[in-house]
Write a protein that binds this ligand. Structure first.
Ligand SMILES: Cc1cc2nc3c(=O)[nH]c(=O)nc-3n(C[C@H](O)[C@H](O)[C@H](O)COP(=O)(O)O)c2cc1C
Length: 572
């Protein structure tokens, strides 16, 4: 096969005519405005839960025989800092056992929970409403226990479902293109799973979840001595072709939408190409893809505005990766004694916080510091692009830090723009020279934090809560697909906070339900230059004693399919 790499790869999509670009910008802004929650009116949804059509959270492909993955007998021996740093994690070969461990530590089931009348699975990665719209695929390029090809990962069975097999020559070309061993890894979204519960706001939540899954996979890869490089030059259309979506008969409204494609390779290998030659994409897309996606619901509601924003935010080929990441030292604060795999496996969302637990200043700053991107450190060296998200903190119970409103700048280059956009009475005083944290306003904010987070008490009952403030208008006007990237970035920051909370003996919860403009009003924002896209809270958890817990794969020990088919996957 001759690989032709045209100098203007994907030129047809890169050169989107100005008018189309401006229509896409308008569609994104319209979606964003229409899906804001207001004190007096929530974003449109059914307003009730149609239990009869609750989507199955587990995709399976009918007609394919799952390739079962071996469960890990032992986790990698890695400390808390090894989640982030890449220096001590030893490289493990791309064997089926290690691929299994990668998936187990990133996207598998972490526990079953039940109370009378319902049973549900939790996963290593969190999801808004536990609905899990994110699906994942691995594309294996070399023979191990199974032939190479495109595989769907089933967290339910901890198994791979092969959709197509790659001829040997194709594998050789792909490996040759990347100059090193590894495999391709992809994430997709099923919008319907979230839309079933959340209506039009669902597109936002799907993208948060993608961000969480990227970070989750990035941490797991790091513990195996692997790194994920984002193939930012590959268009969504090409990802769909590589995954065989053009040859898949989807149930209407249950289509999977391509999100990311990346190459997973040894950590120490740099300069991985971020493209895929179009001839390779075309060769893959011509293969025979097998399997019929299972039906997730009998009936659906088609939220038109989600299709519109999905279309307006389709990613073309070729995108900029931004400036190189800084090589900054970590804040020298409190370390966790927990091992990295344990932190990953015990991650849970708190359903309620106790309103008394406090954390030290050192713990607080250590947690925030981990959200800063660093060269050669997971998860932000995935290189989504420049930092576009900062943290607006409501500090409630941090010893040595006055309660109040703070801004944590993940890139200080935005200092002047943010200061100019916010209330003029904010003081912008740094409590610690070593971290980019600024006091804006001093005073108790527990009630305000809960009020803007859809009146959810968890936002006021923790040590701190926060809103993630995105560089909004400029990003969307630059490229409408960045709307999705902004959410991914917030999800990645959220995943760091989830793990940091566990590492420091407290617990976190993502908060997708918040009143958008009241948060902006708190900051004094007068336009949509910056927007809050995601909230988070961290504090001492209150356990729900009514719940029973089972180990993650206890369901496979019995007659798996029969039992699984009888389960009702609902969370009360
Ligand atoms: C994007 C996102 C938004 C969320 N929003 C809320 C929320 O508004 N309120 C809440 O109590 N939990 C929220 N959660 C927590 C989920 O309900 C939780 O992740 C899910 O039930 C799975 O539980 P787990 O995190 O323990 O695995 C959110 C989680 C994510 C990822």
């Amino acid at each position: 096969m001759r690989i032709i790499e045209p100098p203007l790869l994907h030129d047809h999509v890169r050169d989107i005519p100005g008018r189309q670009q401006s229509r896409n910008v308008d569609a994104v802004i319209r979606y964003h405005e229409e899906t804001k929650h207001h004190f007096h009116r929530n974003a449109r949804s059914l307003g009730y839960l149609d239990w009869a059509n609750q989507p199955n959270p587990f995709r399976l492909y009918d007609g394919l025989t799952p390739v079962k993955l071996p469960f890990a007998t032992k986790d990698p021996h890695a400390f808390y800092m090894d989640l982030y740093e890449r220096t001590r994690n030893q490289f493990r070969h791309f064997s089926i056992e290690n691929l299994s461990l990668f998936l187990e530590l990133s996207l598998s089931i972490s526990a079953w929970k039940s109370m009378p009348g319902s049973t549900w699975a939790l996963r290593i990665n969190p999801s808004s409403g536990n609905l899990h719209p994110t699906e994942s695929y691995v594309i294996l390029l070399q023979q191990s226990d199974t032939d190479p090809g495109v595989f769907h990962y089933s967290p339910l069975l901890h198994a791979l479902e092969r959709r197509t097999q790659f001829p040997q020559k194709l594998c050789e070309y792909l490996r040759g293109h990347f100059h090193t061993d590894g495999f391709l890894f992809s994430l997709t979204s099923i919008f319907w799973r979230e839309a079933w519960k959340y209506g039009e706001r669902a597109f936002r939540y799907c993208n948060h979840d993608v961000g969480h899954a990227i970070a989750s996979a990035s941490f797991a890869a790091n513990l195996l001595g692997w790194k994920m490089t984002y193939l930012s030059d590959v268009s969504d259309e090409d990802i769909a072709r590589i995954l065989g979506f053009h040859r898949t008969q989807w149930v209407q409204c249950e289509e999977e939408h391509p999100e990311i494609l990346c190459y997973v390779h040894p950590s120490e290998v740099k300069d991985i190409p971020t493209n895929l030659p179009s001839e390779l994409v075309s060769r893959i897309s011509q293969l025979r893809f097998q399997g019929q996606p299972n039906r997730l619901s009998d009936d659906h509601v088609d939220w038109e505005i989600i299709s519109e924003v999905a279309k307006a935010t389709l990613k073309p080929g070729l995108s900029s990766q931004g400036k190189p990441l800084p090589d900054r030292p970590f804040y020298d604060g409190e370390q966790s004694r927990l091992e990295a795999p344990q932190i990953i496996r015990q991650r849970r969302s708190a359903v309620a916080l106790d309103g008394v637990t406090n954390i030290s200043k050192s713990q607080f700053l250590t947690m925030l510091d981990k959200t800063l991107p660093r060269d050669q450190c997971a998860p932000f060296d995935f290189k989504l692009g420049p930092v576009r998200v900062h943290l607006l903190l409501f500090v409630h119970r941090v010893r040595g830090v006055d309660p109040g409103l703070y801004m944590f700048l993940r890139d200080e280059a935005d200092f002047e723009r943010l200061r100019a956009a916010c209330r003029s009475e904010f003081v912008w005083k740094r409590p610690d020279e070593k971290v980019p944290l600024y006091l804006l306003w001093e005073g108790p904010l527990m009630r305000d934090a809960a009020a803007v987070s859809c009146q959810q008490e968890i936002a006021g009952d923790g040590a701190f809560s926060l809103g993630m403030i995105a560089d909004f208008r400029r990003s969307i006007e630059d490229a409408p697909f960045l709307y999705r990237h902004l959410y991914w970035e917030t999800g990645m920051v959220g995943q760091v906070l989830y793990l940091e909370a566990e590492a420091h003996g407290v617990r976190a919860t993502g908060i997708g339900c918040f009143f958008d403009d009241p948060v902006h009003h708190t900051m004094g924002l007068k336009d949509d230059q910056f927007q809050s896209l995601y909230h988070f809270t961290v504090g001492g958890p209150v356990e729900d004693e009514r719940l029973q817990t089972w180990p993650p794969y206890s369901h496979l020990k019995e007659d798996e399919r029969a039992r699984v088919q009888q389960m009702k996957f609902d969370e009360p």
